[in-house]
Design a binder for this molecule. Structure first.
Ligand SMILES: [Zn+2]
Ligand SMILES: [Zn+2]
Length: 105
């Protein structure tokens, strides 16, 4: 989930330029499963303490091109995200597909 402290960063031109260049350098291929990468992940997670540190936030060595699935696994392997939901590149919860099973109640 995008935290408020990170929102200005993810909306910044410098991040968009940095992440776009990085993703292009990876040919938009997931570094873990070779699927189509849509997410520019920070290996060292962004926190309120490092959000203003370009060595963390804008360092290609700290970035990883991931597909939606691998990114979800990276952040939410505990099963927080339900089927049909995922996090976009800004960390916002989005609907990706209809749940495979209809609600039972
Ligand atoms: Zn992947
Ligand atoms: Zn991530």
């Amino acid at each position: 989930m995008a935290h408020d402290y990170a929102r200005p960063f993810y909306n910044s031109a410098v991040w968009r330029k940095c992440s776009k260049g990085f993703m292009q350098s990876k040919n938009y291929i997931c570094e873990r499963c070779n699927d189509v990468a849509t997410i520019c992940h920070h290996k060292t997670y962004i926190t309120p303490a490092n959000i203003n540190d370009p060595n963390i936030t804008l360092n290609w060595n700290n970035l990883e091109a991931l597909c939606q699935t691998c990114h979800n696994l990276e952040h939410h392997s505990g099963g927080i995200v339900r089927e049909g939901l995922a996090f976009d590149s800004n960390g916002n919860l989005i609907q990706t597909a209809a749940p495979t099973q209809p609600p039972t109640d």
